[in-house]
Design a binder for this molecule. Structure first.
Ligand code: SF4
Length: 633
């Protein structure tokens, strides 16, 4: 759309600027957000300071006819790590933002009282939000729509968790889609900003309309024909779960849930009362579900469904094989504005500490944290959102909670770079684990983890052709996995910057690869790009994030290790029995990974050669000034 809006909530100044200077260099979305944050937020600015920025962004393909082009990106300073965090959500907000006239919204400062921002056909207004402050996400969205007398405005908002500066607070888009990581809901709460609302009617223009439409049709056919699409369309990400599917059990004490997994399959959820399939903007996949439960303990629950991480986090992690309960927890997190992964990591740690008698009823407001106690989990989620009693400790996130409780509890805290871990088969899938651990936002598989390990049709030939890694489909080997992760880190950075859903990419369904994206991008912008050009931008984006972390947190090689439990305690049962991440193999994997990134093997920091080759001289200068650049011999 060529424009971005900067809003300072302290001064109420609103400035509209051209966005092309940023978009030309870093595509859009995550890339542009990273660059602005890197340049504008200083290392001594704390995440909840008014000086922290929130950069909401769309990509050049967002809101176009390109399939699944409804993604919204957010970049800000991470409350849990002090480094960078980027998040990406679907729904319908991002296209509407473009139809309202903007590519990006950049928010700084702190309002003197609760406000929401309304972007209405190009006009930007800061409005009073006192009537919704204190309300949950679902009620807030309904109240805003009533106030504006328009049911079709697109809304993202925080709940009580964000208002109470809970470190696992997130931002919810369209009542059920999360900008999840890094406590970004608390950043929004610290700015007294309850919601963003957009409405527009403009169209997104592309440089070569007929070529672009041809590309859309060709790729739509490919998406619709794919087995992967049919799989996701049928059951979403929870369709993967079956009796042999590896899941973390009781805070990673095991990695196999055995027969209990059979109770939380897609069929189990469907029986609850699935009413229809749902899709984000212009998505042919429809991977989401809408449930209306009419009978049983959760009768009356009407909500959008969940991803597999909710089944891990509230199901196997807490040893509760009950679809209704898992859906209830997921819905409660959406209402409170809480990030499922961080909350479930904190709860897993707390339940295990109770089991090991490190915590007792005296510490937990009289609650008995025994595995399987559903009502205790629900109570604790509410307590976290309101920072009530023991919930106030859990609201700090799992790393900090363990520091508060003390030494004995620390070995049960599962986190990476300050961020709680709620992940799948990390002990067996070596590249999956490496991608999570080296993630610049601090954990999460949607950074550099490939989805190819253990997938039968990723044969050595296909692995070689796609990624240059013949072992891409092999779970347990370490061979080739550093190269695979480097490939996916760059690839994900460019997908997030284009504004397309990752589920239509090579990652989930082996669908659209870098060549397809290059053609889309070229036809949208009228400039010629090939896959290598895009990969170079992906690599630049990754290096900006890495440098931000080095400057703001000092993270180095020692922070690129998984939690000790995953290295020391093998999986106890199931198809991956005996698997763990051996320390010596991990060290070797890191050496290979740093070498491929042209980073220093000893410290894990960036080198002057790497940044010069990537034409990131501004980054190189800042790191050198801070004494955190490795100068090549
Ligand atoms: S695949 Fe699922 S998450 Fe992705 S855009 Fe489509 S409906 Fe949304």
């Amino acid at each position: 759309m060529g424009k971005m809006v900067w809003v300072n909530l302290s001064t109420r100044n609103i400035a509209i600027m051209r966005s092309s200077i940023y978009n030309k260099r870093f595509i859009g979305g995550r890339g542009v957000g990273d660059w602005i944050l890197f340049n504008e937020v200083k290392p001594d600015t704390l995440p909840l300071d008014p000086g922290n920025l929130m950069i909401f962004g769309t990509g050049p393909l967002t809101g176009t006819a390109a399939p699944s082009s409804g993604r919204l990106s957010l970049v800000t300073k991470n409350v849990l790590s002090g480094g960078i965090v980027f998040s990406n959500a679907g729904g319908h907000f991002a296209p509407e933002l473009k139809y309202a006239g903007f590519d990006h919204i950049i928010i700084s400062g702190r309002a003197s009282s609760p406000v929401y921002l309304f972007i209405d056909y190009g006009k930007v207004e800061i409005k009073d939000a006192s009537f919704i402050w204190g309300k949950d996400v679902w009620d807030s969205e309904d109240a805003i729509k009533r106030e504006l007398e328009d049911n079709r405005v697109q809304v993202l908002s925080i709940g009580p968790a964000g208002e109470n500066l809970v470190k696992s607070a997130c931002i919810i888009v369209n009542k059920g889609r999360a900008l999840g990581f890094g406590g970004c809901g608390a950043v929004m709460g610290s700015k007294n900003l309850k919601a963003l609302v957009v409405r527009g009617n403009r169209s997104v223009k592309v440089a070569d309309p007929s070529g672009f439409i041809e590309e859309c049709q060709k790729n739509l056919r490919k998406i619709n024909r794919s087995i992967g699409t049919k799989f996701l369309r049928k059951g979403g990400t929870i369709n993967k779960i079956g009796p042999l599917f590896p899941l973390p059990v009781r805070n990673y004490q095991d990695g196999n849930w055995g027969k209990r997994s059979s109770k939380v399959t897609e069929i189990g959820f469907k029986k609850l009362g699935e009413k229809r399939r749902l899709a984000c903007f212009n998505c042919p996949i429809n991977c989401s579900h809408y449930y209306s439960i009419e009978k049983g303990p959760y009768a009356g629950l009407n909500c959008e469904g969940l991803q597999i991480n909710a089944v891990r986090g509230f199901g196997s992690n807490l040893d509760i094989p009950d679809p209704g309960f898992i859906l209830e927890c997921n819905a409660l997190c959406n209402k409170m504005g809480l990030h499922v992964d961080e909350v479930s990591a904190s709860l897993g740690w707390a339940f295990e500490c109770f089991e090991k008698k490190i915590l007792t009823k005296k510490d937990t407001d009289g609650l008995e944290l025994e595995w399987g106690r559903k009502e205790v989990v629900i109570e604790l989620i509410k307590k976290i959102a309101y920072r009530d009693g023991f919930g106030n400790i859990l609201a700090e996130g799992v790393q900090r909670a363990a520091q508060i409780v003390g030494e004995d509890s620390k070995k049960y805290a599962m986190y990476i770079k300050g961020t709680g871990v709620n992940e799948g088969n990390m002990r067996a899938k070596k590249a999956w684990a490496l991608g999570i651990v080296t993630s610049t936002r601090g954990g999460g598989h949607l950074c550099g983890s490939p989805n190819s390990e253990g997938v039968k049709n990723v044969t050595p030939e296909i692995g070689q052709k796609r990624y240059g890694v013949p072992t891409a489909g092999d779970s347990v080997t370490y061979r080739g996995k550093a190269k695979l992760v480097v490939w996916f880190e760059k690839y994900k950075a460019l997908v997030d910057s284009l504004g397309i859903c990752y589920f239509t990419s090579y990652w989930q369904n082996n669908l659209l690869g870098p060549e397809e994206y290059a053609r889309f991008f070229s036809k949208a912008t009228g400039k010629s790009f090939n896959a290598d050009d895009l990969f170079k931008i992906g690599q630049q984006i990754l290096n900006i994030e890495k440098a931000f972390n080095t400057l703001h947190t000092g993270y180095s090689r020692k922070d690129d290790f998984p939690p000790d439990r995953l290295m020391n305690e093998p999986v106890k049962s199931g198809p991956f029995k005996g698997e763990r991440l051996e320390k010596s193999c991990w060290n070797d994997l890191l050496d290979k990974y740093y070498t491929l990134q042209s980073w220093d093997m000893k410290t894990g920091w960036q080198t002057d050669k790497c940044l010069s080759d990537l034409s990131l001289n501004e980054v190189r200068v800042k790191l050198e000034k801070a004494g955190r650049l490795i100068i090549n011999d």
